[in-house]
Design a protein around this ligand. Structure first.
Ligand code: COA
Length: 360
């Protein structure tokens, strides 16, 4: 056991706040552990990109804990919940720098996060974590799709703490530039299938005011209409007011959000959307964020329509990025089929774990 201490990190209000240097160290730590797990640095976020996300707690409560050895941060623990005090879910994450593992630091940080959850009456604990590929025995997901290496440190760690693997998420990568003729053909096919009732609209940064309620509904449905297997993640309700608050805080980020959405002419509502998170530096990878087609509008190739439209929009607005990365549940065959047709290839896998601390 090393001599370490745990404290809650004060999220800096700006880059001149006293806790900014620690926040930068924590961002580097996050990136080092993600790079180790996925074997690529393409998923890295800078501290300046992470800060608006961490300051945005009005609707997304979150807290960060750090473990220090002699004052130096060697591990972080993240705690996220929903605003609803009655909801009993909490999302936890622990990352220990490789050279500080097997000293009880991961255990102590996770104990701390679980204590916070218990104090708030949050009894459904969910952990998403990367599992690097390895030889040997596999632990299959109960969905029947995907598995993780049974002897990986994080797998042993979570099993020993009573967590159950519920789902496997596939991380995929599309090398850019995508062949414009392929994207054009896929878009034309999708548009022909969708027919004249649907039209595509693209925008960057804030959602046009007339579509805020529609986007809020699409975000809410993201929490209920995407497959969550045995995780049974709760509904996360969005309103136009929350959307504006989120977009206002993200405006401070160096990243830019590009949105493509499908408008259903007869009803006058947006019924499908997809978003890309674009870093300012052209040498860095673009992140695929949410994609959703409302259940009642599925089967018209709207997923392919909005994704191809956004890739074309990206090529116009910010050409030169090396790739787009995305995450999908391994059982989400419809979404994976769209991505595979676009040229996305698997790059790594995450386990989604749950422990239900039901009081008896
Ligand atoms: C998983 C992780 C957090 C563990 O942190 P850690 O500080 O090494 O954990 P601890 O020293 O407290 O280990 C606790 C127990 O986990 C299990 N464990 C952890 N690493 C292990 C390994 N490499 N091999 C076998 N068992 C391991 C053991 O049961 C261990 O108890 P023991 O040392 O008494 O045998 C760390 O490996 C890590 O940061 N991995 C990358 C991020 C991640 O996957 N996080 C998932 C948890 S949210």
């Amino acid at each position: 056991m090393s001599d370490f201490s745990i404290d809650e990190l004060v999220i800096p209000v700006s880059t001149t706040a006293p806790s900014w240097p620690d926040f930068e160290v924590v961002a580097e730590l996050r990136n080092a552990v993600e790079t180790e797990g996925f074997g690529t640095a393409e998923l890295n976020y800078s501290a300046a990109e992470l800060l608006p996300v961490w300051l945005n707690t009005k609707y997304d409560p979150k807290r960060m804990f750090v473990a220090r050895v002699g004052g130096t941060v060697v591990a972080r623990g993240t705690y996220e919940t929903l605003l609803d005090p009655i909801d009993d879910h909490a999302w936890l994450g622990v990352q220990v720098l490789p050279s500080w593992r097997r000293r009880g630091i991961g255990t102590a940080l996770t104990d701390r996060l679980e204590q916070v959850a218990a104090a708030e009456n949050r009894h459904e604990l969910i952990v998403y974590t990367v599992s690097a590929e390895a030889q040997g025995e596999r632990l299959p997901a109960p969905t029947g799709f995907g598995s993780v290496p049974r002897d990986n440190p994080e797998v042993r760690f979570l099993l020993a703490r009573g967590y159950r693997l519920e789902q496997v998420e596939r991380g995929s990568r599309l090398p850019l530039p995508a062949d414009p003729s392929v994207i054009r053909r896929l878009r034309a096919d999708a548009a022909a299938h969708a027919g004249s009732e649907y039209t595509v609209h693209c925008w960057s940064a804030g959602t046009p005011p007339r579509w805020r309620d529609d986007l809020a509904l699409l975000y809410t449905r993201m929490s209920t209409d995407a497959p969550t297997a045995g995780l049974e993640e709760p509904e996360d309700v969005w309103t136009a007011e929350r959307l504006v608050a989120e977009e206002t805080s993200l405006a401070a980020s160096p990243r830019r959000i590009l949105t493509a959405a499908a408008l259903h002419g007869p009803s006058g509502h947006l019924v499908a959307f997809t978003q890309l998170s674009v870093p300012a530096e052209r040498a860095r990878s673009v992140g695929q964020e949410d994609t959703l087609v409302l259940r009642e509008h599925r089967g018209h190739r709207l997923g392919m329509l909005v994704k191809t439209a956004n890739l074309e929009y990206l090529a116009q607005q910010s050409p030169g990025h090396p790739s787009v990365t995305t995450f999908n549940a391994e059982e989400n065959r419809h979404m994976l089929a769209v991505n595979e047709a676009l040229g996305f290839l698997p790059m790594g896998y995450e386990g989604a774990w749950k422990r239900a601390d039901r009081l008896v």
